[in-house]
Design a protein around this ligand. Structure first.
Ligand SMILES: [Zn+2]
Length: 235
């Protein structure tokens, strides 16, 4: 199982979900669900990255969390049967194993160990959202861009991934012209390379040094909670 959250469960818990899983692909930019919608399935990413976006009344939006193979998307539909509070958009194309919300809710109701694994993941997600709120308010844009690229790089399967200027602008909540300027700061230091519609990480260690402390703080939280690391080795 390429989804690390499911892989971390014991055999009995995996068996509660696996017979009900169906693989679904998602394209870059595809909306999995919107804020306010009733979500009827849980997505366990096998690869690719899904961003949770907070949508403001004036229709601006900003990313508050990124989820890859370490976690799951659509958790509100299972145990809480609540409407989504954010928009989920595929940031890097990929696929997910999906299961109906009622199956997930039923499995959780029968398994304390699965509830525990979910609590650890949701706590790490909550920490990620809190960190993003503080980061967006306090840290320089080049540091934020570095942090966000590292978050994607952890969850991508290659150093180079598809990403347009407007994707980045949307994620950071700034204008495209600003993204171009800030991207040049990282590019001039040979940390990344950009082309039309893609970004390549050239110097991972350098990018970590260029990021604000929020990136390593988040890594620490995930490690403490025992949430599987998406891909990059722990420092
Ligand atoms: Zn920060």
């Amino acid at each position: 199982m390429n989804n690390l959250w499911i892989a971390s469960l014991d055999a009995a818990d995996r068996q509660r979900l696996e017979p009900h899983l169906a693989e679904k692909a998602f394209a870059q930019g595809q909306m999995l669900y919107d804020a306010g919608e009733a979500v009827d399935q849980v997505w366990f990413p096998l690869n690719g990255v899904v961003s949770l976006m907070t949508v403001l009344p004036e229709d601006k939006m900003v990313e508050t969390a990124a989820i890859g193979r370490e976690g799951l998307v659509g958790v509100t539909c299972g145990p809480m049967n609540a409407r989504a509070s954010s928009r989920a958009i595929a940031q890097i194309e990929g696929s997910a194993a999906c299961c109906p919300g009622e199956v997930f809710a039923d499995a959780l109701s029968k398994s304390a160990s699965m509830r525990n694994a979910l609590a650890r993941f949701t706590e790490s997600l909550f920490a990620q959202i809190q960190q993003a709120a503080a980061c967006n308010a306090q840290h320089r844009l080049d540091e934020r861009l570095a942090r966000w690229l590292l978050t994607l790089h952890d969850r991508a399967d290659a150093d180079r991934f598809d990403l347009t200027q407007s994707d980045i602008a949307g994620m950071l909540g700034v204008r495209r012209a600003t993204v171009s300027e800030v991207g040049s700061v990282l590019e001039d230091r040979a940390l990344i390379r950009r082309g039309r519609g893609w970004v390549e990480v050239l110097d991972r260690g350098g990018l970590e040094a260029a990021s604000c402390g929020c990136y390593s703080a988040m890594r620490g939280v995930m490690k403490d909670l025992g949430v599987p690391r998406p891909s990059a080795p722990d420092a």
